[in-house]
Write a protein that binds this ligand. Sequence first.
Ligand code: ZN
Length: 404
Amino acid sequence: MGRAIPHTSSRATVLDVIRAAGTISRAGLASATGLTAATISNVVRGLLADELVTEVGRAESTGGKPRVLLRLVPSSRYAVGVHLDAGGTTYALTDLTGAVVSRMAHVGTREEDPEEVPARMVRQVDALVDGAGVDRERLLGIGLVTAAGVPAPVSLSAQDLERATGLSVVTGDDATASALGEYWSGEAGGASVLAAVYMGATIGAGVLVDGIPYRGAHGNAGDLGHVCLDVDGPECRCGARGCLEAIAGPEAIVAAARADERTAGAAGLVGRERSSVVGGFTAVVRAARSGDPTARALVDRSARYTAVAVRTLVGIVDPDLVVLTGVGQAVAGETYLPAVRRELGTAFAGRGGGPVRVRLSTFADTAPAIGAAAMVLRSRLTPLRTPGLRLPDDLSESGPVPVH
Ligand SMILES: [Zn+2]
């Protein structure tokens, strides 16, 4: 072999290229990956044997014999994504390509006995999988995502869920997962650097470079909610001052709306002190839409501050696509999208490379769950970049490796 790339890396790369391309020939794979024809042939043989990939049709080639095309077998493997936050639990069942086969939402976790949560999740995962008629043998595992940097609504470890379901579980944060959800859904349009700006109960960002999450040394990269926008600003729960979240995050907006008697009434927040941050934020956005001036001003201000924080992020990571996602953006994207576009248009008008594309996710409220399932697909099928993982030399003989 001309290149010193271990076999697992070749397999990961080939799978990813086939997924991205839809259909591709072996020759196409060789030129897209830089791997030798012999390596491609070996890797593809393993993928065919595992029934992850199938041969379809033939592409016309210029002279010579026609080339066989390869594509993923979507129904060969499935993954479950679970997004757990204070407002509830969202589930997505995806096939091997990351396409959503089925989804489900469970509202409310606050009043629930933490001991009951794993059992409830088992029932719901079963319902999701059985309802879709998916053979459990084909399930690769469960991805579980929660908000980074805030206490989980219930204490649920990967081990608890593994024990309860008998499936391997990978964990992650909602912002990174939502970026993966956008990328795997195919809506990220082949972005080489994708920044997903996530707004749920908190604000974060997931950055992918060629589809691979950039997590930083401690998994803390993309902490957009704690970008400082005012050095003398209000204290933040992180201990610093003037963070985006403290000034204009969903929790700050809900608190400000509650502090205004008329707006609290208009938003229906009175007597609902225990409603989740997302529930409260949704109520304030509705009040803004129905003409409450204070609610309108709060949401507009949050959009402006968020846009400035996104400008900082864009200045640092230079993405070619920014996607606004998360349930907060599902609810209020119509206000945040123009604000972010305006800010980036003004700030980077003179910069090389043209304008940064900014899009609103078309499935903002389920992106973290879809991304959680994508985490499973990545870690079980293309595990090379999972840190600290020791892999056998040839996955096609040993089968996928469970990640804990
Ligand atoms: Zn902070």
